[in-house]
Design a protein around this ligand. Structure first.
Ligand code: ME8
Length: 518
């Protein structure tokens, strides 16, 4: 393909039955970091998020709020869009499934499946969970104390009997197994790939893809008594946003297949089984990767509305600052695992990693330059072995980060950066530039230059994670905006001695142990 490398990344589109919480913010944050990383690394990126506005669950929530579904979805969708602005998400598009472009794409998807004989009319008789918007087999359910059937997610399932169109999912078992075998990284982490492979190996049943018992959805072309199953509607958003059904030229030709669908582990099956099957059945390519991340709990407890312990990401940002929250969420837990959000853990990380390690490093180096070098970036003399070692570690960062980021190991990427932060702090202590001021000012200037150059690497690479804080660090190093891409990390673009620097100010304040705002 001509032109720059492309990267297409998507978040799930979130149900508008409720206000956004920390789980939604987490998934989109992970995508935002990947999108920013790839842009800085020279890719043309398309980063998509949005809201899933059809289906029985949303219809019920609107009714409970005494509103028309469209007015209700307009209101809740706006909350997700507002959150994206507060969290500084850099999405290029925000899709709503009630938009006209989406109806067009879904109906075309249906027609293609129908034309290829992948859809037939029958009757559905079985269990359905409105909360999960999912069909379940008898064997997947347990009985609650009152005899009600409970899905593995904990949601209640009800018996449904109605005319329905079915998708021939059963025919896609072998192609799916082949796809997993040929592309071992198409579902990550590896434990999720095992889960998906064993589910598909167990045999697939045809899937009900239309409903007649409610109205809030996209009508089936040629049979408007039926509306499309909300997951077929929702999943298609990923190609709607590329201009599908137009596939020649434009967004689809440039960006499909998606490089990454980021999802939580709760919706893995829809993305790694149903979606590739729908696409292959319609004669379209499946996505390159689905990554299913873990689940956050609040102080050890499942996050749920009924427990009243929903964490509002905006409140968290107001208490700790945006970049601190962004850092914590991606550093605390190996990405893919479950994690617990506790005030103690947040304060510990922010004071330890940000205020003490990185904040101190930048602050003491920049204030020594300010006081001892007339606020001008000093010129280095000949380099010692220790200088070379620290600079070598800084130069090696970008490749090491690419490797970690390409498998969505955010925690690993941050740990790699912090190894250099700690090495740089060790170097400051050992070189003691404050003592060199009198004994050997030339050597002091070399040491401070080596440190400034190390901080430049750290701050450039931190931009995807903590955009504002990294920008402030780079401003304090006097680095122009046009010099902040990963292609500028080489020695040819090293900091220019003699550049006047602004007065340094701390970027990462300490929090009190109680954890309230800085
Ligand atoms: O499933 N921890 O929407 P949804 C981590 N509309 N992530 C969490 C979380 C938690 N406690 N709670 C939610 C839907 N999430 C469908 C998707 S896509 C074509 C349609 C995140 O509003 C996580 O990404 O229920 C999860 O997969 C998603 O929110 C579910 O959002």
């Amino acid at each position: 393909m001509a032109g720059p490398k492309r990267y297409y990344i998507t978040t799930p589109i979130y149900y508008v039955n409720d206000a956004p919480h920390i789980g939604h913010a987490y998934t989109t944050l992970a995508c935002d970091v990947l999108a920013r990383f790839k842009r800085l690394d020279g890719y043309r990126v398309k980063f998509l998020t949005g809201t899933d506005e059809h289906g029985q669950k949303v219809e019920k929530s609107a009714a409970a709020a005494g509103m028309e579904p469209q007015a209700f979805t307009d209101m809740v969708s706006k909350n997700f869009n507002d959150l994206a602005r507060v969290m500084e998400f850099s999405n290029d598009d925000f899709i709503r499934t009630t938009e006209h472009r989406h109806t067009v794409a879904c109906q075309e998807m249906w027609r293609r499946l129908k034309e290829r004989d992948q859809i037939y009319l029958g009757t559905y008789a079985g269990w359905y969970s409105v909360r999960d918007e999912a069909f379940y087999g008898e064997d997947e359910l347990t009985k609650g104390p009152d005899g009600k059937r409970i899905a593995p997610s904990g949601a209640e399932a009800e018996w449904v009997e109605e005319p329905s169109y079915f998708f021939r999912l059963s025919a896609w078992q072998e192609p799916l197994l082949k796809m997993y075998a040929d592309n071992p990284d198409c579902v990550l982490p590896a434990s999720r790939m095992n889960e998906v492979t064993s589910f598909v190996s167990g045999g697939l049943q045809d899937l009900s893809v239309s409903r007649t018992s409610f109205k809030w959805g996209i009508p089936v072309p040629g049979d408007p008594d039926h509306i499309m199953y909300v997951w077929l509607d929702a999943l298609t958003n990923y190609i709607t946003a590329l201009g599908f059904p137009e596939t020649e030229g434009g967004g689809y030709a440039d960006f499909w297949p998606a490089d990454l669908h980021m999802v939580g582990k709760d919706i893995l099956r829809f993305h790694a089984v149903y979606w590739p099957a729908f696409l292959m059945a319609a004669g379209l390519e499946p996505p390159k990767r689905v990554f299913a991340h873990g689940w956050w709990t609040n102080e050890g407890q499942k996050i749920s509305k009924s427990l009243g312990n929903i964490i509002d990401p905006i409140e968290l940002v107001n208490s700790y600052g945006l970049d601190a929250v962004r850092y914590f969420l991606l550093r605390e837990v190996p990405f893919g695992n479950d994690g617990d959000l506790s005030r103690r853990a947040i304060v510990g990380r922010l004071n330890g990693d940000l205020a003490n390690d990185l904040g101190n490093l930048a602050q003491r180096v920049l204030s020594m330059v300010n006081r001892n070098c007339d606020a001008v970036l000093p010129a280095p003399g000949p380099l010692s072995e220790e200088d070379e070692a620290l600079l070598g570690a800084a130069h090696g960062l970008v490749d090491a980060l690419r490797t970690a980021i390409d498998v969505q190991a955010f925690h690993e990427a941050l740990e790699i950066l912090w190894r250099v932060v700690r090495a740089a702090n060790g170097y400051v202590d050992h070189q003691a530039p404050w003592a060199l001021k009198k004994s050997d000012p030339d050597r002091m200037r070399t040491v401070l230059y080596v440190l400034a150059e190390t901080i430049r690497h750290l701050a450039v690479l931190l931009q995807p994670f903590m955009p504002s804080s990294a920008a402030r660090m780079l401003d304090q190093l006097g680095l122009e905006d046009g010099m902040r891409a990963f292609t500028n990390l080489g020695p040819a673009d090293a900091l220019v001695s003699g550049t006047a620097l602004p007065k340094p100010e701390g970027v990462f304040p300490r929090l009190s142990e109680e954890g309230e705002g800085a």
